[in-house]
Design a protein around this ligand. Structure first.
Ligand code: SAH
Ligand code: SF4
Ligand code: F3S
Length: 485
């Protein structure tokens, strides 16, 4: 197993003899022992009534799901949670490496923790997540941020209690990153909400899209057993969850490498067969593995949302090839057209990258024409960000940052038009929504349709967490207004 090892004040990657670690079978028992000792020590160190943790999660739902596991372990160790870093005994940033901007924001916010450490020297500052899987980042944290006590990567979450224990007992900085790909099924999860939640079905990614850092920081693709997933889904539904989102970087390739012979469509059918009033969502689908069988499964299901998040990234087959996406514009449109045919009113959303190396204005125009042709409900749009270590980082670029910025604005304008006209066409219809929260700005309840569109409705907070029928009365660009029936 590879770990960061601190020697002569620098970090190197080294072999750590496996025998030094307890084995998989011992894991749950050992973890509990460590958490109990952490609880004892923190009860002495705490500043308030209870040891308090502040957790700041950056990035995508995989990180949110990981943070819910860390919270689960911290609550076993007696921690409560605070929204104020200032009040915490333990501060954790779960970081994201997807774009340079995301990393810069983390470095900036970590820098600002220095003041809290100065005021409360006993506070423990920890960093985890995708950025910490990059050795260059760990090095920089080690050298330039001496007040950071604990660093661990995405592969070390199951070992968090052991690393935290070592830090407390030895009073030394702990930098742990290992290449452990085991799926640990026994980690407790403390979910942020009690009516909608994430359910990881697989980890890692094997696709190596040429721009993307994820396969390097999340490791190889590995699926959980269908029995473990079904058991977790059942437990969530029994506990009153109304919406479950199945998570993975490419859920369509679920089952690869498992002993059991199971596809994502089959897994969905098995979950859909669980009795109850609930909605199933999933993300993310990769167009190269999105089959007609999957579309049929959604069309024929009782509980699966009529929403497909299918990132196309670009509308130019030339750029898609350079991105190593392994589908063409035509193949993408083919699956979209089949979805529109089989699932009435299907809502389709996507991710788009503008300004990939080598992209010209003509290529960009193909993206715009694809967007018009599909008529997406909404888009996540990004300007390409160079990620050192990925193949695209070495590709020559033709467009300037200024040009890319202009294209980006043009894209947003087109999408705004499309979303607005789609929302307008829904006025007068009736939608079943899940009420999620109160919009603090206007006091309205914020609810979500099966197609993932937000509807704001006047109503009582007690409705949060329930399904309701809403008559759509007004369209406001990409959100709707309505009245409960
Ligand atoms: N696994 C998912 C997406 C994961 S990352 C998929 O394949 O669709 C989320 C989004 O971030 C990607 O879809 C892509 O649009 C964007 N992204 C990833 N790397 C990027 C980079 N280097 N620059 C800009 N955007 C990027
Ligand atoms: Fe990144 Fe591509 Fe994997 Fe998505 S499928 S996480 S974009 S490499
Ligand atoms: Fe970021 Fe890691 Fe997700 S890099 S987007 S948090 S998988």
């Amino acid at each position: 197993m590879l770990w960061y090892i601190i020697k002569n004040d620098t970090i190197t990657l080294g072999e750590y003899a496996l025998s030094n670690f307890y084995q998989y079978k011992e894991m749950p028992q050992k973890r509990l022992e460590y958490l109990n000792i952490i609880s004892d020590i923190m009860n002495v160190r705490k500043r308030g009534d209870k040891p308090m943790a502040f957790i700041n999660t950056y990035g995508c739902q995989q990180n949110v799901a990981d943070s819910e596991k860390i919270k689960g372990m911290l609550s076993v160790a007696g921690f409560d949670f605070t929204e104020k870093a200032e009040d915490a005994d333990f501060i954790l940033f779960n970081t994201c490496a997807i774009r340079e901007h995301a990393e810069d924001r983390v470095f900036g916010n970590v820098g600002a923790l220095k003041n809290i450490k100065r005021r409360h020297p006993s506070v423990i500052i920890a960093l985890c997540g995708c950025m910490m899987e990059q050795k260059a980042v760990a090095d920089r944290i080690y050298k330039s941020y001496p007040f950071v006590n604990l660093v661990f990567g995405t592969h070390s979450i199951a070992r968090f209690p052991e690393l935290f224990y070592n830090l407390l007992v030895n009073s030394k900085r702990v930098f742990g990153s290992c290449d452990d790909n085991t799926i640990y099924e026994d980690i407790p999860i403390l979910r942020d909400k009690d009516f909608k939640g994430w359910l990881s079905i697989m980890y890692g990614c094997d696709n190596f899209c040429s721009y993307c850092i994820v396969p390097y920081v999340r490791g190889r693709e590995r699926s959980r057993s269908s029995d473990a997933i079904i058991a977790e889904a059942k437990a969530m539904i029994e506990a009153g969850y109304k919406e479950i989102t199945l998570l993975g970087q490419n859920v369509n390739s679920y089952g690869k490498g498992l002993k059991e012979d199971i596809s994502f469509s089959e897994l969905l059918r098995r979950i859909d067969a669980i009795e109850g009033d609930y909605l199933i969502r999933f993300m993310t689908s990769h167009p190269k593995d999105c089959t007609r069988e999957l579309i049929d499964t959604i069309a024929e299901s009782t509980h699966i949302s009529k929403h497909l998040h299918l990132p196309c990234q670009s509308g130019s087959s030339k750029i898609l090839k350079a991105m190593n996406r392994r589908y063409t514009r035509e193949k993408y449109l083919d699956i979209i057209n089949y979805a529109k045919e089989r699932i009435p009113d299907v809502s389709i959303t996507s991710d788009i990258i503008v300004g990939f190396p080598g992209e010209t204005y003509e290529d960009f125009c193909e993206t715009v024409s694809l967007i018009r042709e599909v008529g997406f409900t909404s888009l996540f749009t990004f300007i390409y960000s160079r990620r050192p270590g990925t193949p695209a980082a070495k590709m020559p670029d033709v467009a300037t940052e200024e040009e890319k910025g202009k294209w980006f604005t043009e894209l947003l304008k087109v999408q705004e038009e499309i979303a607005a006209s789609r929302c307008k066409s829904m006025v007068g219809t009736t939608e079943r929504v899940l009420v999620e929260e109160v919009n603090k700005k206007n006091g309205l309840l914020s609810a979500r349709t099966s197609g993932n569109i937000i509807v704001e409705v006047p109503g009582d907070e007690s409705m949060i967490g329930s399904f309701r029928e809403v008559k759509i009365t007004e369209a406001r660009n990409w959100i709707l207004r309505g009245e409960f029936i």
